[in-house]
Design a protein around this ligand. Structure first.
Ligand SMILES: [Zn+2]
Length: 316
């Protein structure tokens, strides 16, 4: 995964980039979006661009061969001034390099096939919750080059304020311990699923870092990991007390530790920010020489689908 050279960028936009790879949900609202570019790899400082047609955008991309291309999740009356905000997609950013738990042991900032696949599975979980629990119908997933974006464009969600978006992130990720009412009923399903997933992926070493959870208890929980995960999944989260005779305070601290880890599976700031720009599907992620693409079938997606031609040729 090495960086694309300026010549490779030019070739990509001259020969390979295709406007048909821009998703319809962007194409149909193109002139209402702000476009941003990183022209030379120093950051997306070229902002406030508006394109009335996709041909204008194509011309810009061919002429400038940017290092990175982005468009806003927001629609504006005046995108070139970022004024007259109309509405925004609900977006989630699941970056493989930032996952709080990775089984591959990649160093910070690096990604491999394995952690990208772990990000893919998190993306499936989050998208499913948006569809099933929030009833959204227009939920798209995008491979960004190093992870995934979820972008929901249902009208019901596009007009939400920041505080409501923050609550949605908390709900989807299981990053806030639910209220007493749902606790008595064994907690909400989504919270249990997220806690179970996180607990399953925890190493003993990592759990030793939980405040207020003693070493002997950590050992017991890890020794009976499968039963613990099963109990959480079955709605017997409260039954965790039975494992190693945990007191209520310790139980609370353990849950807080898991909820905090849960919050790290997506960057909440991205979801809350209704003026954020996201990498443009169809464009080149020059840092890793990968295409950013709309994912049609996330269950079977592999990053192979996003390898540009110049990389295949480079590697023979
Ligand atoms: Zn990795």
């Amino acid at each position: 995964m090495r960086e694309a050279t300026p010549e490779e960028r030019r070739r990509f936009y001259a020969e390979e980039w295709n406007k048909r790879e821009i998703p319809d949900f962007i194409l149909h609202t193109l002139s209402l979006r702000e476009f941003g570019f990183d022209l030379d790899g120093t950051g997306p400082s070229n902002r406030y661009n508006q394109f009335m047609t996709v041909e204008q955008l194509a011309e810009f991309l061919r002429n400038r061969a940017p290092y990175s291309a982005f468009s806003s999740v927001a629609l504006y009356e005046h995108p070139s001034m970022r004024k007259g905000w109309l509405k925004s997609e609900l977006a989630l950013d699941i970056d493989a390099k930032d996952l709080p738990l990775r089984s591959c042991g990649c160093p910070q900032g690096k990604v491999c096939e394995r952690c990208i696949d772990e990000a893919r599975r998190v993306t499936i979980q989050f998208a499913e919750t948006l569809r099933s629990d929030l009833g959204l119908r227009n939920v798209f997933t995008v491979y960004s080059g190093r992870g995934f974006h979820i972008r929901a464009t249902d009208d019901s969600i596009m007009t939400l304020e920041q505080t409501e978006r923050a609550q949605i992130v908390e709900y989807i990720t299981g990053s806030v311990i639910p209220s007493d009412v749902t606790m008595a009923l064994g907690y909400s399903k989504v919270f249990r699923e997220r806690v179970a997933r996180t607990f399953k992926a925890l190493s003993e070493q990592r759990l030793l870092g939980a405040r207020g959870v003693r070493r002997t208890l950590v050992k017991k929980l890890m020794a009976e990991k499968e039963q613990v995960v099963a109990a959480i999944r079955e709605g017997k989260l409260g039954k965790l007390h039975d494992f190693g005779g945990m007191g209520p305070k310790t139980f609370r601290q353990l849950l807080e530790f898991l909820a905090r880890l849960n919050s790290g599976f997506t960057d909440g700031k991205v979801t809350i920010d209704t003026k954020r720009i996201l990498r443009l599907p169809s464009s080149l992620h020059s840092g890793v020489s990968m295409k950013c693409v709309l994912v049609r079938d996330i269950e079977h997606f592999t990053p192979d689908e996003a390898i540009p031609k110049f990389v295949r040729e480079r590697e023979g």
